[in-house]
Design a protein around this ligand. Structure first.
Ligand code: SF4
Ligand code: MG
Length: 336
């Protein structure tokens, strides 16, 4: 496949006062050119750390990164910071959950969109301002010629999100990383922003990594899906495959808490008991075993002693047999 980004056996650890946190523990995935990879998982699953690492935004003093992050064959793990600066905002860009982390309150929206453009393309101030107006129009800001001189606080939450998208896309990046980009917005605005992102992807042809804890959002945004748990990928496949016939007990839990699949009741069919594991001291064997309700279906104590591997392609990291995965899903989880 035409992999634009190829992550291989990524391991990210950082030291804290309490010890070494294994934030990402042997993660591999691919993003194809122009396609969207959804990464879903609870907070602390390693999804945000993974993407900050792709952007080289981790703290090199406290963080160790091993493995490969190949962007068109260039390994970003070994790329010096000076060169990463040229990639960030240019070839690879990011939109965050909270626009206020990306937009400074002290500068006009227009200046913040035009600055990366001048920096990366060498455009003049005048050209960059014109480009900023154009970008504001593209993301649906009314009267862009006047709003370009507004400060972020003069924009509504939804407009700030649009401005941040304009800033991220101003240099026509090949890869856009969107980390929970709509979580803070109300449902209507959320839907508008997602539509906007899809339209812009068509126009710009960027690949997108879309990070969320919400499987409902991912179903109409992504082509492929990676389910993360405890710093690892536990399931991978096309969105269609994973949502129609999920093969990992953790994915079953996530899916069954979606209102659409839970039917009329808001009670999840199969809630996930307990809380996400500590990354300071991750569970042995399958990281999901302390919360899994199917360990008795696996012979011996393999769930707590043996780490289930994630195969290539469409795969789930779980010791249940293929047949068990299918029957349990159909019996217990599938909506009737
Ligand atoms: Fe559950 Fe065992 Fe599968 Fe892990 S390997 S998800 S504990 S059944
Ligand atoms: Mg996060």
């Amino acid at each position: 496949p035409d992999s634009f980004l190829s992550v291989r056996d990524l391991r990210v650890r950082f030291s804290t006062e309490d010890g070494i946190v294994k934030a990402v523990d042997g993660l591999s995935f691919d993003v194809e050119r122009g396609k969207t990879l959804g990464i879903v998982g609870e907070s602390g699953s390693g999804k945000s750390v993974t993407n900050l690492t792709v952007l080289g935004l981790h703290n090199p003093k406290t963080t160790t990164v091993e493995g490969e992050i190949l962007l068109e064959g260039q390994d970003l793990v070994t790329t010096p910071e000076k060169e990463m600066e040229k990639l960030r905002g240019n070839k690879v860009a990011m939109i965050f959950q909270d626009p206020l982390t990306a937009l400074s309150p002290y500068y006009t929206v227009g200046r913040q969109i035009s600055e990366p453009y001048m920096k990366h393309t060498g455009a003049s101030k005048k050209e960059a301002r014109q480009r900023a107006i154009e970008m504001l129009a593209k993301v649906g800001i009314p009267q862009p010629q006047t709003r370009v001189d507004d400060y972020p606080h003069q924009f509504s939450g939804g407009m700030r999100q649009r401005a941040m998208i304009a800033m991220a896309l101003v240099c026509d990046p090949d890869l856009l990383i969107a980390d929970e980009p709509t979580t803070a917005l109300d449902v209507t605005v959320q839907a508008q922003i997602l539509d906007l992102l899809k339209d812009l992807q068509q126009e710009f042809g960027s690949a997108i990594i879309f990070i969320t804890h919400d499987l409902g959002v991912i179903s109409d945004m992504a082509d492929d899906l990676l389910v993360m748990y405890s710093g690892r990928a536990v399931e991978r496949g096309s969105v269609r495959e994973v949502l129609r016939e999920p093969r990992h007990p953790y994915t079953w839990g996530l899916l069954s808490s979606m209102p659409r699949l839970g039917g009329a009741t808001s009670q999840p069919l199969m809630p996930i008991p307990g809380s996400p594991p500590s990354l300071l001291n991750p569970p042995s064997g399958c990281p999901f075993h302390p919360r899994c309700t199917f360990t008795d279906k696996v012979s011996g104590d393999r769930c707590s002693t043996e780490r289930p591997p994630l195969g290539e392609g469409r795969a789930a990291a779980c010791h249940l047999t293929a047949e068990q995965k299918q029957t349990i899903f159909i019996d217990k989880i599938q909506p009737r």
